[in-house]
Design a protein around this ligand. Structure first.
Ligand SMILES: [Zn+2]
Length: 280
């Protein structure tokens, strides 16, 4: 099991969602998603990289031109549910209906071939693994939805780090977790990536390049947004500390990303990874 061609693969990805849509009065805040997405697209284009955009259905309905642009530039569009509700807050039937709506909205906006899925907030756990049967029913090929460590929100500690088939159709590509002090954290993405000092990221990357798995990373439009208004973000249990971290060091993201690229990593889509690199 592992990568056959290149173990310096960075599965950088964007979870394309608008946090405003998850707040009751969120639309009073400024629209930032199209602008921030363009900034990511420019960085990808500059490096000649293609990546995967795990896209919420309502985003596709609000910004079809943005989806068309992402597709036209050769990136992959994958599912991130229609309404960004964690899996444990839905029944299996509700999840299936939501995911069908997500898939339809993405195709309608211009997505070409939908093969991938990421659960909101990595909410695919031991308790919600019924979701894999739904993914198989809807012809999804892979999922990248598991946080294989303890976590205050969601986590599936016993899943392990290995990429593997979870049923006849679905391959799970769990988030890359590394040990930093006493913590096990996904150092390649989101709030953790922003918080960690550059020397820690560098050392984790150095250790990672010897491993046989791709490095996974997930980013959101807000992760790079230095001009977003201050408000309490959804899905963090109203924690003031966590909300502070939601805004922490957004200006440093691209510099750190460039360090990863300088360390010899290339970026590709999850779909290309499962078809061209992955040997199970
Ligand atoms: Zn999300």
């Amino acid at each position: 099991m592992g990568t056959s061609l290149n173990n310096k693969l960075f599965l950088f990805s964007i979870d394309l969602e608008d946090v405003r849509f998850l707040l009751p009065d969120g639309k009073k805040f400024k629209e930032r998603v199209p602008y921030n997405t363009e900034v990511y697209l420019k960085w990808l284009d500059k490096n000649k990289f293609k990546c995967t955009f795990f896209t919420v259905g309502d985003i596709a309905e609000h910004y079809p031109a943005l989806i068309k642009e992402i597709v036209a530039e050769g990136h992959e569009i994958a599912c991130h549910t229609y309404r960004h509700i964690p899996l444990d807050k839905q029944t299996k039937a509700e999840f299936k209906a939501d995911l069908e709506k997500n898939i339809n909205a993405l195709y309608k906006a211009g997505a070409k071939k939908i093969e991938g899925f990421r659960a909101p907030i990595f909410s695919l756990t031991e308790k919600t693994q019924w979701a894999y049967a739904v993914l198989a029913d809807l012809n999804i090929a892979y999922s990248s939805s598991v946080f294989p460590a303890k976590n205050p929100l969601y986590g599936w500690e016993t899943f392990g780090n290995k990429i593997r088939k979870v049923n006849e159709k679905i391959i799970e590509i769990p988030m890359t977790i590394g040990r930093v002090g006493p913590l096990h954290i996904p150092y390649g993405g989101g709030v953790y990536f922003r918080m960690l000092p550059e020397f820690v990221i560098k050392s984790k990357i150095k250790n990672h390049s010897a491993a046989d798995n791709p490095l996974l990373g997930y980013f959101h439009p807000y992760d790079i947004d230095t001009e977003q208004e201050r408000f309490m973000h959804p899905g963090i249990n109203e924690s003031k500390l966590y909300n502070y971290l939601m805004y922490y060091n957004r200006s440093g993201v691209f510099e750190k990303l460039d360090r990863i690229i300088e360390a010899g990593f290339t970026v590709d889509t999850y779909s290309n990874y499962i078809h061209n690199y992955l040997v199970l």
